[in-house]
Design a protein. Structure first.
Length: 558
């Protein structure tokens, strides 16, 4: 096949490899650790790994890094599978686990011991760090660094047999305690963990470290380009050292790219887990969470997330991406596809005094002005309707073009109405607004040419559907919640107004909404049914994104 042109620095490396004959194929992998749900940063990596392989006619493996049984769970494995498939990618029959290679990995460890390149160490706790040294001072050799090979083999085999308690011994690579790269100062390869593994049960009580299992898994699977985030750049010499020390040919190449940092968003799985455990959110799939499952529940589409990943691009330099770009990608898509609907979040009853009792009109309203092919719908209009509280004001400021005493507005697709009276309860709260309508203004048009600036939405009282509507804001008030000012707790920056619930009145068709449907509620944003909490007779709608497009407007000014 003809080699495609490169569109980022990773693809430039691949094009060069294919052109020079260094590689004849492209084989990547996505290696999640099943200790939490995937987030938008992982989605970027998924799009990169699978998308790169697809572009060059290659393959991508899904390999679970299940080397830490104390933090892993089948729930996370299942969620990862679902998320990758939902994003539109398929690993076919290439689903693997680091645990698939435990026996082979163990044999590689024994080989390094036999080559005099690994040893069993007895340092514990702070002594391990003390002996490693600092960035400016070389480390000191462990007292057990020159333990005889046969003794190392014996101890390592007894570690595997479960003879020792956790922390008593660990296996280290024998590299260079004075190396300027701290990762090369005799790093740990195996530790004792007497924990039940979600796949291997209690077969193993020693588990490989990620830095040891990672390159070996790549090599075993025939990975050509091992694409990692930038924090692994300093680990690359170790990645290569293990493969070279074991004499393995056709070694994969590790390439690093900058991870995604998104404003007002926490990207640490450990921190996200704290939010879940402390019940700050409704779980991993809370629509405020940056998880793929949260975005899906909020109403994002796979194509909008792939578009976002494409727009932010791939680079070597860390940067902060404006979250409004993510909002822009889904808003742009929904503007063209979502059906329009009317919803009243804070209802006030309006009674039309000069409307005949019992009479109903069927009002024709377009489904999407951006897409005439979606046609129109008919909505029942009668004597009593609901309007939103913010669309009425008794003492309005200047340039207030909604309903007010003696003021006139257009009801979307229906008639002009004018306020003539306001009823209140004993506490002074408005209970009803009484109006008259202009029969000649059917369809929202004035036959005498008078101008009415305000158009508001409405819902028939007789046919309204009750629903809970959830409005979401950024989960954090700090632009970079990962960089909390000294002396403050990151939890203090959780936005108390990130979720607002409204008991709303909706137009009738929304009572028949399905999980696949997307709507634009007039002036309010784009909405979908909540996939977990919404049930027949108890509808719950989530706002995916507001109508306001601050990112698009800012780009237009550039």
């Amino acid at each position: 096949m003809q080699i495609p042109e490169a569109s980022n620095f990773i693809q430039e490396i691949i094009v060069n490899d294919l052109t020079t004959g260094k590689r004849t194929e492209v084989h990547t992998r996505f290696p999640p650790e099943p200790n939490g749900y995937l987030h938008i940063g992982h989605a970027k990596s998924i799009c990169l790994n699978f998308g790169t392989a697809l572009k060059f006619g290659g393959k991508t493996n899904l390999r679970f890094d299940d080397t830490n049984p104390t933090k892993e769970d089948v729930e996370y494995v299942d969620s990862i599978r679902e998320d990758v498939h939902w994003l539109g990618f398929d690993w076919e029959d290439r689903e693997y686990y680091a645990s698939d290679y435990y026996e082979q990995t163990y044999e590689f460890a024994e080989k390094l011991i036999q080559l005099g390149k690994a040893y069993v160490c007895e340092l514990q706790g702070d002594d391990v760090s003390t002996y490693r040294g600092t960035l400016t001072e070389a480390g000191k050799p462990s007292p057990w660094r020159d333990r005889p090979i046969e003794e190392n083999l014996d101890l390592f085999r007894r570690m595997r047999a479960g003879e020792f308690e956790e922390g008593r011994y660990f296996l280290r690579a024998k590299i260079d305690m004075a190396h300027p790269n701290m990762n090369m100062r005799d790093p740990a390869m195996y530790r004792i963990k007497k924990a039940t593994h979600h796949r291997t049960g209690d077969k193993w009580c020693i588990y490989p470290m990620y830095d040891f299992a990672h390159p070996l898994g790549d090599w075993i699977e025939g990975i050509t380009h091992s694409i990692c985030t930038l924090e692994f750049e300093a680990h690359r010499p170790l990645y290569d050292w293990f493969l070279i020390a074991l004499g393995l040919d056709n070694r994969p190449q590790q390439i690093e790219f900058a991870r995604l940092n998104l404003t007002y968003t926490m990207m640490s799985k450990r921190r996200l887990l704290e939010l879940v455990q402390n019940k700050v959110v409704m779980g991993w799939s809370d629509p405020r969470m940056p998880t793929v499952s949260g975005l899906r529940r909020r109403g994002y589409s796979p194509s909008s997330i792939r578009e976002f990943a494409d727009r932010i691009g791939i680079s070597k330099a860390d940067s902060m991406v404006d979250i409004n770009l993510l909002y822009f990608c889904i808003r742009e898509e929904l503007n063209a596809s979502a059906q329009r609907a009317m919803a009243v979040l804070d209802p006030i009853k309006v009674v039309i005094d000069n409307w005949q009792d019992g009479r109903e009109d069927m009002i024709e309203v377009e489904n999407n002005p951006e897409n005439p092919a979606q046609g129109s719908r008919r909505i029942s209009f009668g004597k009593e309707i609901y309007i939103d509280a913010e669309d009425f004001m008794e003492n309005p400021p200047k340039k207030y073009f909604r309903l007010h005493p003696e003021g006139e507005v257009r009801l979307k697709g229906a008639y002009f109405i004018k306020c003539v009276n306001v009823l209140k309860d004993a506490a002074g709260k408005i209970t009803e607004v009484h109006c008259t309508y202009d029969p000649a203004s059917r369809g929202g048009e004035s036959p005498d040419g008078r101008k009415v600036k305000g158009t508001i939405q409405w819902v028939s009282v007789a046919h309204a559907v009750d629903a809970e509507v959830r409005l979401f804001d950024n989960l954090f008030t700090l632009e970079n919640p990962a960089a909390v000012p000294e002396g403050q707790n990151w939890m203090d920056f959780v936005n108390p107004n990130s979720l607002v619930k409204k008991q709303a009145k909706l137009e009738p068709m929304l009572g028949e909404a399905t999980l696949a449907d997307r709507y634009q509620f007039m002036r309010l944003g784009y909405f979908c049914l909540d996939s977990e909490d919404s049930k027949p007779g108890n509808l719950v709608f989530n706002r995916t994104v507001e109508l306001k497009d601050s990112w698009g407007k800012s780009q237009a000014k550039v």
